[in-house]
Design a protein around this ligand. Structure first.
Ligand code: GDP
Length: 656
């Protein structure tokens, strides 16, 4: 059966949870839609999420629509968890983007659309809350087209927008004026359709139109826009057939070699690891040994998501989402069956890491409220970090201080609550500091040759470091002949490279760089992977020092909505805090500002905004890019943890 991994995405409060419940209801999975407001929805699985009414961790529900398996993968809605969203986006074949008919485009809507486009994930739009006062549909589609650079295709006719009696009925695309409008939209990228239309417009039937539409949706050119009210269910039934008719499903190839990806790790009641994975091809059987990046592991239990339930089974198959027990070495993000293929895939085969994940931009020191709990706190945070590779834990070996990187202040609350409820640890978070990054200025090379002083390792490593375009992430490639040494040695170099990039010349992570392995040699059988792990940091440090780096700060895109009368003090506040206002919209009552500001200033501005507007101003912000600090004269420096490869003497002392 063909399957579709589907995600529902939205800015907080646009109605993602309500729409999910409605879809599950319409698909026959649940008997009545739960209510977000009553706190009993199927997909919000953590008590904390229920309390706060926000969705944090992805959960899965599978159901069938018109002979197609739909794996609905829930994504977190709070902007502090954009990293989780992006990790889930990587699994999706398609998405539904929920936009409020009242609020329209919001900060997170933009971030999500950018991420969907970057990852090439096609999406539909669902314009929600047409029943609420101020709801718009047709004008909103125009605004969406302009603001998000998408091409919405109206699929509904909305009547009575803004009232409880609002309706949203599917358009008859074969009748005018919808037919001509659709053909015009399709013809922009479908020349045969255009030619046929000009020759004999009558001969184009609805099947032909739907086929062309589905093709262009899959290419990400067009975005069918449905509308309704998720809360009462208006318009949702019309959305369901589109999941089968308009979105690109994949053929699950059961007989192809296994290819799967772990996207979530959980702990069971007894503390055992549970790995959620998506199978793109092949099968996984009970007691099978899987080749995970951190070592082989045996599957001791399989659950799969089928028809709205989680079932125990002896075999998971391509197209399904499975939850496996027994994989002690599993980490979120692990690929199974792909990595080894990549390694064989000839030199030059790039591996890009984390390019699509928004980075955490803040860091905080975590302290146990009872000093006796320090080690317990460390172990607990380590376990949380393992469940989410983007929760980044750093421990200073000398002071034993624990540092956690964050996406926003709300995350502190969430992690504190998890520490309390899951580990009974009371923890305190200190004021957050900004996480800067370093970008390469030029190209640099490093080389150490085996048996040649001062190289004490039984290995040759040559590396070249070069800058990549801003926002493109780090990548690694082999420019040496493969097969002259065991794959484990190449892997040791690659892993060490990514590790060293976490602390650049000034101690900040290095971003947007490409590292090529230009030389590698060993002496058999004495050389071990440890030689490569020991030597790589020194060679990379040499290459990085030659390339040089500049320190960059994270910059957020913000939207502020405030009373019009506070506009002038607001602009002063923004100016003082190095914010750049790009758009201002002022009506009689309200002012709406949009622009960028250093992430470091977000919290201060947020707090002052409340005072300035007597609590009625709101600000939304999300990471957008890194920008070099205006002054590089004395850039901020971060204390390093672990041996320092930029200081050979210290490095050797610490290594010993
Ligand atoms: P999420 O944060 O995107 O998951 O949004 P929710 O589904 O939790 O909805 C946010 C709020 O909007 C809740 O209070 C819902 O009751 C309300 N809501 C959701 N959909 C609709 C709708 O279609 N019409 C109206 N009037 N309210 C809605």
């Amino acid at each position: 059966m063909r399957s579709l991994n589907l995600g529902i995405l939205a800015h907080v409060d646009a109605g993602k949870t309500s729409l999910t419940e409605r879809i599950l209801f319409e698909a026959g999975v649940i008997e009545k839609p739960g209510s977000v407001d009553a706190g009993n929805t199927l997909t919000d699985n953590m008590a904390l999420e229920r309390e706060r009414g926000i969705t944090i961790k992805a959960a899965v529900v599978s159901f069938e629509v018109a002979g197609r398996i739909v794996n609905l993968i829930d994504t977190p809605g709070h902007p502090d968890f954009i990293a989780e969203v992006e990790r889930v986006l990587g699994l999706l074949d398609a998405a539904i983007l929920v936009v409020s008919a009242v609020e329209g485009v919001q900060a997170q809507t933009r971030v999500l659309v950018r991420a969907l486009k970057r990852l090439g994930v096609p999406f539909l739009l669902f314009i929600n809350k047409v029943d609420r006062l101020g709801a718009r549909y047709d004008e909103l589609l125009e605004t969406l087209g302009a603001e998000l650079v998408v091409t919405p295709v109206a699929m509904c006719e909305v009547r009575g927008a803004g009232s409880r009696l609002a309706t949203a009925d599917p358009c008859d695309l074969t009748a005018e004026p919808h037919r001509t409008r659709l053909i015009e939209q399709l013809a922009d990228h479908d020349e045969t359709l255009l030619a046929d239309y000009l020759l004999s417009p009558r001969r184009i039937d609805s099947a032909r139109l739907m086929q062309s539409l589905a093709g262009q949706v899959a290419q990400g050119r067009l975005h069918p826009a449905f509308a309704g009210a998720a809360l009462s269910g208006i318009g949702v039934a019309a959305l369901l057939p589109a999941l089968a008719d308009l979105l690109p499903a994949r053929d699950a190839d059961l007989d192809a070699p296994l290819s799967a990806r772990i996207f979530k790790i959980e702990r069971g009641w007894g503390g055992e690891k549970l790995a959620y994975l998506q199978l793109s091809s092949g099968r996984i059987a009970l007691r099978q040994t899987l080749d995970l990046p951190a070592g082989p592991a045996r599957v001791t239990g399989i659950h799969v998501f089928r028809k709205g339930r989680m079932e125990q089974t002896g075999m998971a198959e391509a197209g399904e989402i499975a939850r496996l027990s027994g994989l002690a070495t599993a980490r979120s993000g692990d690929r199974i069956g792909l990595l080894s293929k990549d390694m064989k895939g000839a030199p030059g085969s790039d591996r890009t890491v984390d390019a699509t994940f928004a980075p955490p931009t803040l860091e905080t020191r975590v302290v146990a409220c009872h000093p006796g709990d320090h080690t317990k706190l460390w172990l607990a945070l380590d376990q949380l970090a393992e469940q989410d590779p983007l929760i980044n834990l750093r421990r200073d070996e000398e002071s034993r201080d624990l540092f956690l990187s964050l996406y926003g202040e709300v995350q502190k609350e969430v992690i504190a609550a998890m520490l309390q409820s899951e580990f009974s640890i009371a923890a305190r978070f200190e004021e957050s500091t900004v996480l800067y990054a370093e970008r390469l200025i030029g190209i640099g090379e490093g080389l150490e040759i085996i048996f040649r002083a001062p190289n004490p390792y039984l290995a040759t490593v040559g590396l070249r470091a070069e800058p990549r375009p801003p926002g493109s992430g780090n990548s690694f490639a082999l420019e040496v002949d493969l097969g002259q040494m065991p794959a484990a040695f190449y892997k040791a170099v690659e892993e060490t490279v990514f590790d060293v990039l976490k602390q650049g010349i000034f101690g900040w992570q290095i971003i947007d760089c490409h590292i090529a392995l230009t030389a590698a040699a060993q002496t058999s059988p004495q050389t071990t992977a440890a030689d490569f792990r020991g030597l790589t940091p020194l060679v990379l440090a040499e290459a990085l020092e030659k390339a040089q780096t500049i320190v960059c700060e994270p910059v957020d895109r913000f939207t502020i909505d405030a009373p019009a009368k506070s506009l002038s003090p607001l602009l002063t506040l923004l100016g003082k805090n190095a914010a750049a206002v790009e758009q201002t919209e002022v009506t009689e009552a309200r002012a709406r500002l949009e622009g960028t500001m250093p992430a470091a200033k977000v919290q201060a501005i947020q707090q002052q905004l409340l005072g300035l507007t007597s609590g009625s101003g709101t600000m939304e912000s999300a990471f957008e890019h890194y920008a070099p600090l205006a002054s590089q004269i004395s850039p901020p420096i971060r204390a390093r943890t672990g041996p320092n490869p930029f200081d050979r003497k210290e490095y050797f002392q610490r290594q010993r």
